[in-house]
Design a protein around this ligand. Structure first.
Ligand code: FPP
Length: 248
């Protein structure tokens, strides 16, 4: 029996109407840890495991793009130890991913300005992207790292300004497409569904340009407790929504 028919709610999903791109703000790690009397870093470690499970589930469902918010341009304000712990988890994940990627068939990409990261982590990101490019995969997972939606748009605007100065773009007539060509997401579809766990109801500078017509879903579940079943439930709700893109 097909995978999606065997698994609870996934069996009721319409395979023809799955989102092509799901984006997730992985929120609630700190509260999850606090609730268990653990340090916040333990919450991030649990969150990294959830990320692995959900990425694999998306691949099995046939969702071709998943984008997750791992570290924002504002997250540097957190205590030094917490920032190092998150970077350490990313490093650990990428080292494991380098071995598993070809087998798991998960292609990884990074959205964000990687220059302030440690040399080791930067090299690891570059290497992961390089290996990923060399094989066909059923899913592309974009990890937003030192990412901010406003920062991304600003960089794209600067690039367009440079194109105008060079005479390659007309400042009065350049289009949304011209600007989008300079976004990290330039070659992938916009997110259809943005999910934020943990009960917070805000966007926090995530994919501001790309989510103009996304469906949003906010769930109370904390990210480390987020399961494939919860994703299936949200996908079911997504499939019952009417998307009009400004039409009627
Ligand atoms: C937000 O929860 C979470 C983060 C800022 C970090 C997310 C990082 C990971 C899940 C680990 C590494 C990622 C990968 C892709 C391997 P919070 O700390 O704001 O939680 P709180 O609101 O409960 O305090």
């Amino acid at each position: 029996m097909a995978f999606w028919k065997r698994r609870g709610q996934a069996g009721t999903l319409d395979r023809g109407r799955l989102p092509r791109h799901v984006a997730i703000i992985m929120d609630g790690n700190g509260r999850w840890a606090k609730g268990r009397g653990l340090p916040r870093t333990a919450g991030h470690a649990a969150g990294a495991e959830t990320f692995r499970t959900i990425a694999t589930h998306c691949k099995h469902l046939g969702i071709p793009y998943l984008t997750v918010y791992a570290f924002s341009t504002e997250n540097w304000k957190r205590p030094k130890e917490e920032v190092s712990a998150i970077m350490g988890l990313l490093e650990k994940y990428l080292l494991e991913a380098a071995e598993k990627m070809a087998k798991d068939k998960i292609r990884l990409r990074f959205f964000g300005d990687l220059t302030p990261l440690s040399r080791e982590l930067r090299l690891l990101c570059d290497e992961t992207e390089r290996i990923s490019r060399s094989y066909e995969s059923e899913i592309q997972v974009n990890i937003c790292l030192n990412y901010g939606g406003r920062d991304e748009i600003l960089r794209a605007a600067r690039a367009c300004a440079r194109d105008c100065m060079d005479g390659n773009l007309d400042p009065d007539n350049f289009t949304e497409k011209d600007l989008a060509r300079h976004l990290y997401s330039k070659d992938i579809p916009d997110p259809d569904l943005v999910i934020r766990p943990s009960g917070e109801v805000r966007i926090s500078n995530f994919l501001l340009w790309q989510s103009a017509y996304a469906e949003y879903y906010f769930t109370q579940v904390l990210w480390p407790d987020f399961t494939p079943g919860e994703l299936d439930r949200i996908l079911g709700i997504y499939q019952r929504r009417q998307r009009r893109f400004g039409g009627v």
